[in-house]
Structures are given as C-alpha cells and as structure tokens.
Design a protein around this ligand. Structure first.
Ligand code: ZN
Length: 135
C-alpha cells in the first residue's frame, strides 16, 4: 500500500509504503515539547519504506534539538513539519499522519509516548527497531 503526501505548498513530497493497513497502525503522539506544539501524531513501519523528495532545497529546513540525533524536516515556504529522520545512517524516519493524503484512514487513536527518560543509546535503538527505512 502506498500513501502519498507532503507539505502544503508541494515543495516536500512523501511516499510511505507499508503492508500494514492504516486502520491497524497505532500512531504515536510523542509528548516532547516540540511534538506537543505541533500536536504531532506520527506513524512508521520498520518493514516499510519512506521516500522523501525535496523540490527546492533552499525552502527546506532540518531542525535539531535535545540529543540532536534526528532531523525534523520542515518546509520553509509553508511551515509544515512533515517527517523526522535519524541524523545517522542507516537513515530511518517517521511520517506525520496529517501530512499523508490518506490521513483520515488512520482511525486508531494515537498512543501518547514520553521518551524524555531515554538515554541516547536507547533512543537510537528504538528508532532502529521502529522507524521506517528511507527509500
Ligand atoms: Zn511547503
């Protein structure tokens, strides 16, 4: 199954491929301050693939904070936060549900998650196991 998506202005486009039906995915609502400000609900599939295409590189920002182990991809033109990508290879990502055209099919209530107690090693391991490989 292929989910198309991206930012609002079209500068960043996404294709999320997964065999898991959207209704069966449990979106994660990370409770960090950044994610709460964006009211984030995000999905990933370690067996899936995420393809991210950037139109104009100058209109694209990678934001880092905290342990600085991931880049938060934000369109500079329209302001939409579309995905997070691990800072180090092999690159893995999670995608913001509301940035997918099929957002309304992700009907399972998001699970709140607080990762603030993780060590850097635990964080990398969780993403290695749970996030989607980049295509
Ligand atoms: Zn945009």
């Amino acid at each position: 199954m292929e989910h198309q998506g991206g930012c609002h202005c079209g500068n960043i486009s996404l294709v999320f491929r997964t065999d898991v039906a959207p209704e069966r995915m449990v979106p994660i609502a990370c409770q960090c301050v950044f994610c709460r400000k964006h009211n984030v609900s995000a999905v990933a599939d370690p067996q899936g693939r995420l393809d991210i295409r950037i139109g104009n590189d100058a209109d694209f920002a990678r934001y880092r904070f905290g342990l600085r182990t991931a880049d938060y991809l934000i369109c500079r033109r329209c302001g939409v936060y579309v995905a997070a990508i691990t800072a180090d290879a092999p690159k893995r990502a999670l995608v913001i549900v509301n940035c997918l055209d099929s957002r309304d099919r992700f009907t399972t209530a998001p699970m709140e998650a607080d990762y603030s107690g993780e060590t850097e090693a635990e964080r990398r391991e969780r993403r290695r196991k749970g996030w989607t490989p980049l295509a």
